[in-house]
Design a protein around this ligand. Structure first.
Ligand SMILES: Cc1cc2nc3c(=O)[nH]c(=O)nc-3n(C[C@H](O)[C@H](O)[C@H](O)COP(=O)(O)O)c2cc1C
Length: 184
């Protein structure tokens, strides 16, 4: 069994909808056990992260970067960094924001650097952009990680962004399985 944890923050529920889509993708792979962990609940879940084969990080983009609660989680993980507890695990990341760009790339870069700090192995997004319609896969054209855009007042990102997140989860599951199989 390959285990994957999704650690995420969502102030207003839209990144949570994206996280649930990533979870569906992870669970679509056979022999994968995946779980969602809210950063607010992290104190009860550090051991689950230590035990996971892969960790997916998710944050809304606030002021062009990860949200404050997600950054607090990043800083709190420094104890794990000291122990290199997550070294050689698979890592991936996703973000959601109000604007089409909204400087989401900066958030994904932050997440990828965070994973690198922990010695993790980053998996990007591999879905080619299929147009700009609301139901198009990767309409935002984000390759470093999964990106979503949510209109103000809408409870979730677009249909296409959720489908993109789902495919992203399935890709991370396959990568984690391959990586685990090949591990010495
Ligand atoms: C404090 C704050 C800062 C924000 N900054 C950005 C931003 O830099 N770029 C952007 O596109 N949207 C920004 N937004 C909009 C949010 O990214 C958007 O509402 C998103 O869907 C919120 O996700 P959530 O429901 O998971 O919290 C911001 C919202 C808040 C509350």
């Amino acid at each position: 069994m390959t285990t994957v944890a999704i650690v995420y923050h969502s102030g207003y529920g839209r990144t949570a909808a994206q996280a649930e889509a990533v979870l569906r993708g992870l669970q679509s792979a056979p022999d994968v056990a995946a779980q969602l962990i809210r950063v607010e609940d992290i104190e009860a879940h550090w051991e689950a992260l230590d035990a996971a084969d892969a960790i997916v990080f998710g944050s809304p983009t606030y002021m062009g970067s990860v949200s404050g609660p997600f950054k607090s989680f990043m800083d709190a993980s420094s104890r794990r960094w000291l122990q290199q507890a997550w070294r050689d695990k698979i890592a991936a990341g996703f973000t959601n924001s109000g604007s089409l760009s909204g400087d989401k790339l900066n958030t994904l870069i932050q997440l990828a650097i965070f994973a690198a700090q922990h010695g993790m192995v980053w998996v990007g997004q591999a879905e080619l952009p299929a147009g700009r319609a609301d139901d198009a896969i990767n309409r935002i054209g984000s390759m470093l990680g999964a990106a979503a855009q949510s209109d103000h007042g809408s409870p979730a990102p677009s249909e296409g962004d959720l489908a993109t997140a789902e495919r992203f989860g399935a890709r991370v599951a396959r990568a984690a399985q391959r990586w685990k199989r090949g591990a010495p």
